[in-house]
Structure formats: structure tokens, C-alpha cells
Design a binder for this molecule. Structure first.
Ligand code: CUA
Length: 152
């Protein structure tokens, strides 16, 4: 009886501790949980759009077995609002080297924000098994070095 109470108490302390960690990660490191939006117009075509200096809106459409747009370019330091919808089954979207990890659920718009500081090629991958072409489902984000006088 006493032992059970102790275990219960301990697990409660642990849960509270994890919650505090989550809040700490949010305030200290700006870690944000991916969200699901309800106030964004539904869309059916992928696109990238510059909305301010160094600020982009990137809208992905996932379907078996591609991401649209397949390749985009942004300058280093770009802050990107990333949206994701699916036109068929559930897909995932992960960008190794960043915190981006979203689920594309039919009927919903997933959202996250990401800042690309290091130049290079980032691969956008599906991480949810979605059929025969799952492992080929990939897009690219090319983050270009920003140097004065470079052609844009
Ligand atoms: Cu889409 Cu796996």
C-alpha cells in the first residue's frame, strides 16, 4: 500500500517535471510544437512566396508520391512559414538537419516555422508509410549563400 503510493507520487512528480521541461524548451530555445491551422484558406497547389525581407511562405502539397513544389530556393537566413496539406492519404514531412516534422492529414493544414541559417541542400522527406512509392517521396530546399553582388 505504502509502496503503491510512493510509485504513484513519483510518477506524478515525473509528469510535472516533463511539463516544466516542455515550457522551458519553449521559452529558452523557442521550440514550438507543430500546429494545425483552421484560419488558413485551403489550397491545392504548392507554391513559395516571399512575403517580407527574408521571410517566405512555403506551401507544400503531398500526394502519392511527391511533394509539390519539388524544389525551391531561399537565401541563407530565410525564415519560412511552412504549410502542408495532402490530397490523398496520410503523409509525413521531415527535414533532416532542422526541427521540421509534420503530419499531413486529409482535411487539415499543418504548419510550422523554420529558419535556414546554414547554406546547403535540405531534403524534404516523407516519414509516414504511404504506399509503394513512399521511399522515393522527396523534395529539396536549396539554401543559397548570400553574398553581396550575387545574382538573384
Ligand atoms: Cu508519403 Cu510516405
Amino acid at each position: 500500500m505504502r509502496g503503491e503510493r510512493a510509485v504513484l507520487g513519483l510518477s506524478l512528480v515525473f509528469v510535472v517535471f516533463l511539463f516544466v521541461l516542455l515550457l522551458f524548451a519553449r521559452s529558452a530555445y523557442g521550440v514550438d510544437l507543430p500546429g494545425c491551422l483552421t484560419d488558413v484558406e485551403p489550397y491545392t497547389k504548392g507554391a513559395i512566396e516571399q512575403i517580407a525581407a527574408n521571410r517566405y511562405q512555403l506551401r507544400y502539397v503531398a500526394k502519392m508520391w511527391t511533394f509539390d513544389p519539388p524544389e525551391v530556393r531561399v537565401p541563407a537566413g530565410a525564415e519560412v512559414d511552412l504549410y502542408l496539406v495532402t490530397q490523398d492519404v496520410v503523409h509525413g514531412l521531415q527535414i533532416p538537419g532542422t526541427n521540421v516534422n509534420l503530419m499531413a492529414v486529409p482535411g487539415a493544414i499543418a504548419y510550422t516555422k523554420v529558419k535556414f541559417t546554414r547554406p546547403g541542400t535540405y531534403y524534404v522527406r516523407c516519414h509516414e508509410f504511404c504506399g509503394a512509392g513512399h521511399q522515393f517521396m522527396e523534395a529539396r530546399i536549396i539554401v543559397e549563400e548570400t553574398s553581396p553582388g550575387a545574382n538573384q
